[in-house]
Design a protein around this ligand. Structure first.
Ligand code: XMP
Length: 333
């Protein structure tokens, strides 16, 4: 609309003034904030922006391809896709503690991103390499790190996996979403031509499936989980609630599948199966500090469980998580 159009004009001007003829790198994750930041900055400075998309092997089904199709294919932005899944999975082998897993994933992410930034400098792609690091920091992040909110005495989960990157890289910061709230970021994303499915996506944690595979992370587990999760999300996007006309994806704040590395017995045809279990998790919340489990229709649960068990060989049991936060957390790790 008109107001958003004006906003974009102004934001584009500001970015051009700030950047001049220098170059910018940005870590693209596929999440809402980094995607909108990338689209806006690309609108302003085109090829002076290089996006680095690190695939840690713990993304959802086809996620990497979708990000590339959108940013490289449709927006014609410069994107470097780094397939680092072997590195990440290698370092995670044998590690079961959730916080250790987070530290490893966060640390490797910084290493890989730094290495790409250095390579970019050396390759002479740009004249002198990037001098700016762009981030999709939004207003609530600014308030949080400014100490305006009282900090909790104990950290339950170390969420901020990528701290201190600009200092380590010696880059100036470019944060064009700093003044926006989440719903404004989404509106901006739509106005910039990003697809609503991307802009209205549920949040996805930085460590990805690394904290949705309980205990040790293995590639086989991640592959099974990706397929089961894609079925759950597909059905949530498909099923509509009659009263509101909204899909169950839109009626939930976050929904996903968790891989449980335990085996249980089942029957299939004349045979016995002894396979893995997944849990479906769907919550409704306004701030993610507290959350209720979503009262999904039984028909939806039935469809999802039937499809997962029939389509994903290796999983023979599906459970639904009926725990609220607190005392449970939204993620299982
Ligand atoms: P919990 O599980 O603490 O999650 O109830 C609250 C919200 O935070 C997300 N979450 C994370 N996000 N890195 C992230 O970027 C993390 O390590 C992480 N752990 C949890 C979770 O998905 C939910 O939206």
């Amino acid at each position: 609309d008109w107001v958003m159009g004006n906003y974009i004009e102004e934001a584009v001007q500001k970015i051009r003034e700030q950047v001049g003829d220098e170059e910018v790198i940005l870590g693209l994750s596929g999440g809402v904030d980094s995607s909108v930041a990338a689209a806006l900055i690309h609108r302003a400075i085109g090829d002076q922006l290089t996006c680095v998309f690190v695939d840690h092997g713990l993304l959802r089904l086809n996620e990497g391809d979708m990000v590339m199709d959108m940013f490289e294919g449709k927006l014609h932005a410069r994107v470097i896709r780094v397939d680092a899944s072997e590195l990440f999975l290698g370092q995670l082998a044998g590690v079961t503690d959730p916080e250790k897993k987070r530290k490893i994933i966060g640390g490797l992410f910084v290493d890989v991103f730094k290495a790409e930034a250095e390579k970019l400098k050396a390759s002479g792609q740009g004249h002198k390499g990037a001098t700016f690091l762009a981030q999709g920091t939004i207003y609530p992040d600014v308030v949080e790190s400014g100490g305006t909110k009282t900090k909790k005495a104990t950290t339950i989960k170390s969420h901020h996996n990528v701290g201190g990157l600009p200092e380590q890289l010696g880059l100036k910061l470019l944060e064009p979403l700093r003044e926006l709230f989440k719903d404004e970021v989404r509106e901006l994303g739509v106005a910039l031509g990003l697809p609503p499915e991307m802009v209205y996506r549920h949040p996805f944690p930085g460590p990805g499936l690394g904290v949705r595979i309980l205990g040790e992370v293995k590639k086989d587990y991640a592959d099974l989980l990706r397929r089961a999760d894609a079925i759950f999300i597909e059905e949530l996007r498909h099923w509509k609630d009659e009263a509101t006309g909204k899909t169950w994806y839109d009626l939930t704040s976050q929904a996903f599948t968790v891989f449980l590395p335990v085996k249980s017995v089942g029957v299939m045809g004349d045979g016995r199966t002894y396979d893995y279990v997944v849990a479906l998790r769907a919550v409704q919340t306004s701030d993610f500090m507290t959350a209720d489990w979503a009262e999904l229709p039984y028909g939806l649960l039935k469809k999802v469980s039937g499809r997962i068990i029939n389509e994903v060989r290796g999983i023979n049991r599906v459970t639904y998580d009926v725990s609220s936060k607190p005392p449970a957390t939204i993620e299982w790790e």
